[in-house]
Design a protein around this ligand. Sequence first.
Ligand SMILES: [Zn+2]
Length: 409
Amino acid sequence: MDLKMFLVFTAFLLHTSLGLPIQEKCENSTTTTEPTEVTTQEDIYESPLPTETDVEEEVIFNKILKVNQDSSQYLQEGDIVPRRSRSAINCRHCNWPQSRDGIVRVPYVLDPTYEESHVKGIHDAMAEFEALTCINFVKRKTERDYLSIKSVDGCWSNYGRVGGGQTVSVMKGGCLWKGVIQHELEHALGFLHEHSRSDRDKHVKIMWEYISPPDRSDFKKFENSNNLGLPYDYSSIMHYGPYTFTNTTGKATIVPIPDGSVHIGQRQGLSNLDVAKINKLYNCSRCSTILDGTSGSLKSANYPRNYSDNTNCVWLIRTRSRKVSLYFQAFELQKTRGCQGDYVKIYDGSSKSSAVLMDKTCGSKIPNYIVASSNLMLVEFITDGAYTASGFQAIFAAVGNQRRSSIHN
Ligand SMILES: [Zn+2]
């Protein structure tokens, strides 16, 4: 731990002594004359809502519920379109089919009324699935079953593949947050709310006294849920927040047990267990890790012993509110012409469609210090079937001014 902090500090020193630009770039300046207090990555995707300010701290599900209060759609658990038969909860036929190449292609069509920024927000939310799992959302050609992503009235979805065109409502002016889009897409992939799991009573206590009778069905437990042999996840993007559906201000409806202070609900996006569950349900052979926090480290498998052949690993680094910086401490990869064999490649964002920060790199020269333009960076490590080496070790840290304090005008 001490060593890690020292190295992070060294990275900081290196950063400042080299005089690299660390000041905030105003990538998404608006023309408003009012100073904008808060600009988060997510704001970029939202339609202009001048009254909406500091919602970054809000659990994703609460954003969904707030919008759905005005929805005329009949919804269960706040955002799920009911099926005629609830027996599908552990369904075998509601998964999307997997192609021979291992990719699960989920066709979709987008509401033509979405503006360019909305489309970009939806694509970015989808691209994270593609980077971390074997789910690919693809534009529909002639496929029979597909998602019809529309701005209807609220943020809601069916559970699993229904057959034919199924609506995923991602309403403009409320639902176009990355986490909200991902939550609804996860329902469409066949995932329930996390606290609906059959084993939830071992992990959370439902405080029925603070839930009004009409809302109690939203806390139903599914005895035959498919838990995929993976642990209960307090930080799932599919988890309600602690105060969801409370009828008494300040009283939680879901309390983690035995430690009530455990943080529940997700503010940032998919969790590591969300990703693991998708990869398990869909038999994806991916090795994906999300790294949250202000600093940390990553290394190739087995480091400093040799890495394995034929691996395909990604790390999504997601710091909060600042830019991600990455500093390689060690680097030793098979050297090939054009690094077509084993390589590390780094993207300026959360998907492989993001701009490239460091193109395919191999050999034994330690790469330069890298700073992303936002709080997201994707590191990809690919190895072929021949020759291995010790691999790499790197540390990341959030650097630069806090985005929150920047004033855009
Ligand atoms: Zn939901």
